[in-house]
Design a protein. Sequence first.
Length: 213
Amino acid sequence: MARGSREENIRQIIDMEDRIARCGRCKSLIKCVRKPSLGKGELDPDLMMIFEYDNHFTRDVNNLIVLRNMVKKELNLDKIYHTFITRCQPKACVTRNSMSCYTDTRLLDKDNHCLLNGRDCEGIPVRPADEEIIACLPFLLEEIAILNPAYILLFGSRVAEYMLKSWGIFDTEEDRTVYMINDTRIILAPDGEQFTDGYCQRISQQIRNFTSL
Ligand code: SF4
């Protein structure tokens, strides 16, 4: 698919983000989410980084800067964008669970205070359930279709599993980290915390091997 102009990409991304902000597919998640996590970065990217959800690692901008710099240096790319397979952060919450709360109403105010007890949200971030990933996946596929990057870097085994299956790849080879879907190179990586210079050099070498086949 041809890459759209940056202006056209911006228009389509804004439209998609508007729908994400109004999305209510995961009733149990949206009660305790102030706003969904959206993609950030260059809107005509060379490479898109995809994380499972917005967690303590991705919320620290310094972690993202380190990752971006590693990728830029080793893969010799410039424009990078990052996004998530699940937009709303699931939380375990004793307060919510201990109260009979038969409502779909959002329970956080604009200052992240819980409407049930007036305190700062005390929910503990947890990984998304399979059904939450599947519910949110169409937004990510739409985002990829709009931005159409030459490289997609999948962080973590769950992201790899869901994305490869969504592209029709069900049989994966052990130790293989690079796949080709249409004109896009798909790169498998460990979770962001485990992504090192050494790993980045390895995938850079595998991409070169792959390209020369
Ligand atoms: S996680 Fe995704 S699909 Fe579920 S409510 Fe949030 S935006 Fe919608």
